[in-house]
Structure formats: structure tokens, C-alpha cells
Design a protein. Sequence first.
Length: 120
Amino acid sequence: MKAPYTSTYTTPRAQAKEQKLVARQQLYQTIAAIPYGKVASYGQLAALAGQTGAARWVGWCLRNLPNDSSLPWHRVITANGKLPFPPATAGFQRQREALEKEGVRLNNDKVTMKHYQWQP
């Protein structure tokens, strides 16, 4: 009896979806690797996850994390050392407090990247 025909063809849409999922998983692993007391910028994380130039994508991924995520999202800041939230907002205060608990000091609402930036 002849075996039924099976195809290994994957549609371009399915391939793109799979690539996005793999990229997001790489990003999450990279964020998880940021050490206690260090920070990384959105662009730095994009490059480390193989998505050079995709800083906004990193922001999108973080914005869409589940509420119960254990990723250290608070260690991700802008390239110039600013927190991504407007000052005096709850998000800004929560991130600032989390960073300060880890020993990261802010001066004029900015982190000194030379001192605290993660260098993998």
C-alpha cells in the first residue's frame, strides 16, 4: 500500500509568524539575562535579540507582557538613560523604585549609562 502524500510546505504567513515568535522569545531571554543592578536600552536589546534597529518593537513587546510576567522590565530604559514613562506618573515611580532597590541611582531622572549599562 502506498503512503499518503504529506507536505512540508509552510505558507509565507506561517513562516513570518514563526519568525516573530522566535524573535520575541530571543528578546525575552535577553531581557531575563540583564543582571541585577544593570540596565539596557531598547535598541541594545533589539540588536542583542537579532533585530537591529527595532527599538520600538522592543517597547511593543514589553507593553504587551502579561501582568504576571517575571521579566525584569524595569531594567529597560532609553539609550540616553531616561525612563520611558513621563515623570510623575505611576509607571515612572514604579520603575524608579525598582531600579533604586537594585542600587541603580538616577540623577535628574536619568541613569548614567556609562556606569549602569549592561555589557554582555
